[in-house]
Design a protein around this ligand. Structure first.
Ligand code: BGC
Ligand code: BGC
Length: 854
């Protein structure tokens, strides 16, 4: 689960409270909200399959601790709901009537969004919480089925409307970014990069509509999607969340998808019980950060940035506002060193001013913690004043509320600003019909019936078919490789990725970063090929072992699942996994040994972006880029073995080598390009678009040193912003302690273990460097030693060694800068990090920055 831990005590409290409210469900009275209770009873049978278990826990819990009843706010009058609950009134009139009755604390409570995993129902009622999210992988405690979600969300929504003074409905948000991807057995669509290749607006609408209904089945009314970035540097681990490298396609597909999610603006279906609110994210410029770094900095002349902003980056946002999008999420990234989260220019002036946005602006997960300011309170002031309305503060929601109340009382944040923020949030709630919503309505329960069902999966299967891009299709004998495949009878399917739903789905699937394996209901490529075999013989070998009668090979390779941060790469490791490379070498040897060099070899790539495949391109007769297609592998077999032809084309420019990504948009860079944007072939070998190409340029000549660094996965500092951090590594780098905080090394005090981490680094330029070690330490005086030597450290005694002292830091997330001055030659170095004291201080090394001095 993402970034949060739930104490078991808190879990028990929630269960207890849940049952208290379950009891409340039984009561009925005459108020508007209580009609909802009656509706629930009439319309739904609450599917509470996890509750008998909970009852036992409740008894235990009662012995352990007294559960506090939600506190009555005695001194406040009962709310007058006559106007704001009256759906015939104008929205702004309803907002006025409601806001006139709200205290400052109640207003601030509308401005915060805690994570469901850390929240109890009594928190909701005691603090009048207005919004909740489920972060990546944050499933209900009881279980991850659609029913568990529906119960959990409904209980929270119910608490907010029946157990708070004002009864303001809760706005619940989730990352449904390729289907309702946190929930087991949901329909998982291809990630956006594949949908860009499909480039079909009608299809986007259908995907949006299906996703909305699956999200609605869980009682949720808001998705944090779509991403409107256009990735200019595929080192960025979120490249697959973007439809393409150009703004135009992002604008068209983003708008179509939102039409599907929300329903057509201005019609009756708009935000009705089958639709959900969309989010335009992440505002803005995220695809342009230096080195493709996640949460990085867009470094650009101010005037040039402003031109880019107005000529292109704002276009998708404008298009979404036209579709009626009511929420915008701010990007973690910065523009020339200033975080978007604190840019009054970008939020207040451009988005709310120029674009006239009247909905709500939400911060990204803990985003407020990253803005400037020496205290948390300063940071809150900065970002509220810059124009953020709703604060995604998964864990620190209480501190946030206290800080904001104080800031208003002190006058650092004006009452007007808070009123404006609350007005916007309430406007979204009114426009989305939340005040008229029936918790657990009949429609919601019906939607459970179609959740992950055949009809929904058929839409995903169509999307998979259309997202495939045939990048290469050489002749094998007198036919193209794809035609030869059609004639074959004994097909070898090779590679572990051929039979792995988790790998097909990528990140943001069941868990935040995603994972390999049987993580959810779906059809793998292998199963799909078997389903479509139609008399052909399908033989599977994970290791690529060819048999005597094999007459065609389909080999699956690619990247392992990742999401934001952990998906960032350096030049040398933006490629397929080592496991897959080994398999390809074995396959090649096996083909040679069997004398079968002439049979068609068709590669199916499962990657979230263009990756370096320079050493393998020639071994494949055909290359099918399948991206991260999601759960419906049948869509791939429909094309490979069925009658469908390829229709997808590349929306990214694909270089031979990742080290040339930064030059790929320059004039005269043609020789560096492996596949042009627009590339896409048919089975017979025709190019689908005139601008695509069937010609692959010759492999560019690279120096031995660069090739060696690529082969050995050495971290090239010039591609990481001269920072060495955990996010630069792939799964097979050694001794990278990711821990909770993605540290590159750590020692746990209690275990007395020694830190012993090694990194191979390519120094791009000789000179003096100041190394900055960001260390969090539990106590003073223990030292760590840094060893470094050109090439490899074969002998500790011969390596340079410097002891860096550590001073106690505030806590283990407070990384302080310890520096070391060194002279380094150009070329590869090994760095080693040793703790000098066994049983010493607990510490964490977050990252090393290499500052070039001269
Ligand atoms: C991501 C957002 C996401 C949010 C909530 C953040 O880390 O950047 O895209 O919506 O988490 O899970
Ligand atoms: C991230 C680091 C970051 C640190 C700050 C970690 O989760 O991985 O990149 O510097 O948090 O607290």
């Amino acid at each position: 689960m993402k970034k949060t831990k739930i104490g078991s005590a808190a879990a028990i409290v929630l269960v207890v409270i849940a049952c208290v409210f379950a009891g409340v469900y039984q009561k009925s009275s005459t108020s508007m909200m209580d009609e909802n209770v009656a509706n629930i009873q009439e319309e739904t049978e609450q599917p509470n399959d996890s509750w008998p278990e909970q009852a036992e826990e409740v008894e235990e819990a009662e012995e352990e601790e007294k559960v506090e009843e939600p506190e009555e706010v005695a001194e406040l009058p009962e709310a007058d709901k006559s106007v704001y609950m009256d759906a015939t009134q104008d929205t702004e009139v309803r907002i006025d009537a409601l806001m006139a009755q709200m205290t400052l604390e109640e207003k601030v409570a509308q401005m915060v969004q805690p994570e469901q995993a850390v929240l109890t129902l009594s928190d909701i009622t005691e603090y009048n919480i207005g919004s909740i999210l489920s972060g990546g992988g944050s499933a209900p405690r009881g279980g991850n089925t659609v029913t568990h979600w529906q119960n959990n969300v409904d209980n929270m929504k119910y608490a907010s409307i029946t157990q708070t003074r004002l009864g303001i409905p809760l706005l619940y948000g989730v990352d449904a970014v390729h289907g309702h991807n946190n929930v087991a057995d949901a329909t998982m669509f291809p990630h956006n990069i594949g949908l860009g290749a499909a480039d079909d607006e009608e299809l986007m609408e259908s995907i949006g509509a299906v996703t909305a209904r699956e999200v609605r089945a869980t009682g949720i009314q808001w998705t944090f999607a779509p991403t409107l970035g256009n990735a200019r540097n595929e080192l960025w681990g979120r490249t697959y969340e973007c439809y393409g490298e150009d703004v135009d396609i992002v604008t068209r597909l983003g708008a179509a998808y939102v039409r599907g999610l929300q329903g057509e603006n201005g019609t009756d279906e708009f935000l009705d019980a089958d639709h959900i609110l969309a989010t335009a994210k992440h505002y803005i410029g995220e695809g342009y950060t230096a080195y493709g770094q996640n949460q990085g900095d867009v470094v650009m002349d101010e005037a040039e940035f402003d031109k880019l902003l107005h000529d292109s980056l704002l276009n998708p946002y404008k298009a979404l506002l036209d579709e009626g999008a009511l929420t915008v999420m701010v990007s973690y990234s910065s523009v020339n060193g200033l975080k978007c989260h604190e840019s009054a220019y970008l939020i207040n002036e451009v988005l709310k001013g120029e674009l006239g946005f009247t909905g709500l602006v939400v911060s990204d997960y803990n985003g407020v913690h990253q803005v400037s300011g020496s205290t948390y309170k300063d940071k809150v002031a900065q970002s509220v004043n810059a124009g953020i309305d709703l604060f995604m503060e998964p864990n620190d929601w209480k501190v946030f509320m206290e800080a904001l109340v104080e800031l208003v009382k002190e006058g650092t944040v004006s009452q007007e600003r808070v009123d404006d923020a609350v007005r916007r949030i309430l406007r979204v709630k009114f426009e989305a019909g939340l005040f008229e919503e029936t918790v657990g309505a009949k429609r919601e329960v019906e939607l459970i019936g179609e959740f992950g069902g055949e009809e929904n999966r058929a839409v995903a299967r169509e999307a998979v078919r259309k997202s495939l891009v045939l990048l290469k299709n050489d002749d094998v004998g007198s036919k193209t490789a794809m035609e030869a495949l059609a004639d074959s009878t004994n097909i070898l399917v090779a590679g572990k990725k051929a039979d792995n739903v988790g790998a097909q789905c990528g990140g943001w699937t069941i868990s935040w970063q995603g994972s390999k394996g049987d993580i959810t209901e779906g059809t793998t490529l292998l199963e799909a090929l078997e389903n479509a075999a139609n008399g052909k013989n399908i033989v599977y070998s994970q290791d690529g072992e060819v048999s005597a009668d094999t007459d065609a090979v389909i080999v699956a390779v690619g990247e392992d699942p990742y999401a934001e941060m952990q998906g960032d790469r350096s030049y040398s490791n933006l490629t397929i996994t080592n496991e897959d490379k080994t398999m390809l070498n074995d396959l090649k040897a096996s083909l040679t040994a069997a004398g079968k060099e002439d049979i068609p070899v068709i590669a199916v790539l499962f990657t979230g972006r263009p990756v370096t495949i320079a050493d393998y391109v020639e071994d494949f007769d055909a290359i099918v880029e399948a991206w991260l297609p999601g759960t419906e592998g049948d869509g791939i077999a429909d094309v490979l073995l069925g009658d469908y032809d390829f229709t997808g084309t590349l929306t990214y420019t694909w270089t031979w080598y990742a080290s040339d990504i930064e030059s790929k948009f320059d004039n005269g860079s043609e020789d560096l390009i492996l596949f042009k944007k627009g590339t896409g072939l048919t089975k017979s070998g025709e190019s689908l678009k005139p601008e695509g190409t069937t010609v692959i340029n010759a492999k560019p000549v690279k120096s031995e040193a660069e090739l060696a660094s690529i082969r050995e996965g050495i971290i090239d500092l010039s591609s990481t912003g001269y920072v060495l951090e955990a996010e630069n590594y792939t799964e097979d780098s050694y001794l990278v302690g990711r821990g909770n905080a993605n540290n590159i090394s750590y020692v746990d005090g209690w275990s007395g273990e020694w830190a012993n981490a090694k990194w191979d680094i390519l120094i791009p330029e000789a000179g003096k460097y100041k190394l900055h070690f960001y260390i969090a330490a539990e106590k003073d005086s223990d030292t760590v030693s840094i060893y470094y030597a050109p090439g490899e450290i074969t002998d500790d005694g011969a390596a340079n060694k410097t002891a860096v002292p550590m001073t106690k830091t505030a806590d283990l997330l407070d990384y302080q800068d310890f520096t070391l001055d060194v002279s380094l030659e150009e070329g590869s170095y090994e760095f080693k990090f040793m703790n000098d004291t066994a049983n010493g201080a607990e510490f964490r090394l977050d990252r090393i920055e290499f500052e070039y001095m001269d």
